[in-house]
Ligand binder design. Structure first.
Ligand SMILES: [Zn+2]
Length: 350
């Protein structure tokens, strides 16, 4: 990174692959949004951290937003949190704020009858919230490393540098992990600093609850990340008139062709179909939201030479009048200042 003054709002696609697989073609899903000299990360997919350092520094990192707790969105969370912990020249300059799903009040299920069944099968696997997950990294996964480095190198407690928060869903949404996993609601603000306002909304990721999409508004414009979701009216509300919508996408037939027969093939096929957005529908989301640019990421299948991204762009463009791109790792999309909405200029206090 050069030392020149950084100005503007840029999106770097650190990882563009979807799903919990190791792929030689794309890193796991992660997006960096840089506003002047501040950087915000959405999701921490496998291998993305290596790309982060090509575009930003640990001293610029402000916050990390986790859309949901599927492994492919959090594999590198520990890497992001502990590589910038007081390494000379490679350190956070302020505490890093981590936001993500809280612990659901009960295990998610399709309906009450299904709940009774899954509550039994998952009784030894309690879900946790983001704050507890981060504390688990500090207290358990990296406990020995942390103790050694405090003793050996004179570092301070990483809790001084990492602040994790569970997102509290407003009561009026009446959300429930069984009966209302993505109720009709309005976006709500969760974070604000001198550069951005971040708001969120529940999206439809089947039994993965809570699952959030995020919107980042700055003086330059607005960027929305769908998170993992089926076609979602909430996502459309979140993305209303945004400059850039980064939306997940799946080619179901193509991914199913890569699956051999096996015990979990049918269950995973249902999950893929009902919790993701087909390339045949994603253009409709962008058009209905009225965004200026659609960027496809979290591309499934994440298998080299299997995803036909030209086809995805072509089909999405049939329904969407704006620009469509299929992101590769390390692409950069800039939000142009003129497109900043008046409302944002009035709302943001800098
Ligand atoms: Zn997911």
């Amino acid at each position: 990174m050069s030392n020149k003054i950084k100005k503007g709002m840029k999106v770097y696609t650190l990882g563009t692959g979807g799903g919990p697989i190791v792929s030689s073609s794309r890193a796991g899903i992660s997006t960096a949004i840089c506003v002047d000299d501040a950087t915000y990360i959405i999701d921490c997919g496998m291998g993305s951290i290596r790309n982060y350092r090509s575009h930003s520094s640990w001293s610029d990192l402000r916050s990390i937003f986790i859309t949901h707790h599927h492994s492919d969105h959090i594999y590198d969370l520990g890497s992001y949190l502990f590589t910038g912990w007081q390494v000379p020249g490679e350190s956070f300059s302020r505490p890093i704020e981590v936001y993500g799903p809280g612990k659901p009040p009960r295990v998610p299920a399709l309906n009450e009858q299904h709940y009774a069944e899954v509550a039994c099968r998952t009784k030894d696997h309690a879900m946790i919230g983001t704050a507890e997950m981060v504390e688990g990294l500090i207290k358990n996964v990296f406990a020995s490393d942390i103790a050694i480095r405090i003793a050996d190198e004179g570092r301070s407690d990483p809790r001084e540098w990492i602040k994790a928060h569970d997102i509290v869903i407003p009561d009026e949404a009446k959300a429930d992990p069984v009966t209302a996993r993505h109720p009709k609601m309005e976006p709500f603000e969760i974070y604000r600093d001198e550069h951005v306002i971040v708001s969120t909304i529940l999206v439809d990721h089947r039994l993965c609850y809570p699952a959030f999409g995020y919107r980042i508004d700055s003086r330059y414009g607005s960027v929305v990340v769908s998170g993992d979701t089926a076609y979602s009216e909430n996502c459309i509300r979140l993305a209303k008139d945004a400059d850039i919508l980064l939306h997940e996408v799946i080619d179901l037939d193509a991914i199913l062709e890569t699956f051999p027969e096996g015990d979990t093939r049918e269950g995973i096929a249902v999950h893929l179909k009902e919790s993701h957005t087909s390339y045949e529908d994603v253009g409709k989301v962008a058009e209905k939201a009225g965004v200026k640019k659609l960027v496809l990421h979290h591309i499934v299948p994440n298998v080299p030479d299997i995803a036909d991204t030209d086809k995805m762009i072509r089909v999405a463009s049939l329904d969407f009048s704006g620009e469509v791109h299929a992101a590769e790792d390390n692409d950069c999309f800039e939000v142009i200042r003129e497109s900043a909405s008046k409302v944002v200029e009035e709302d943001l206090v800098f």
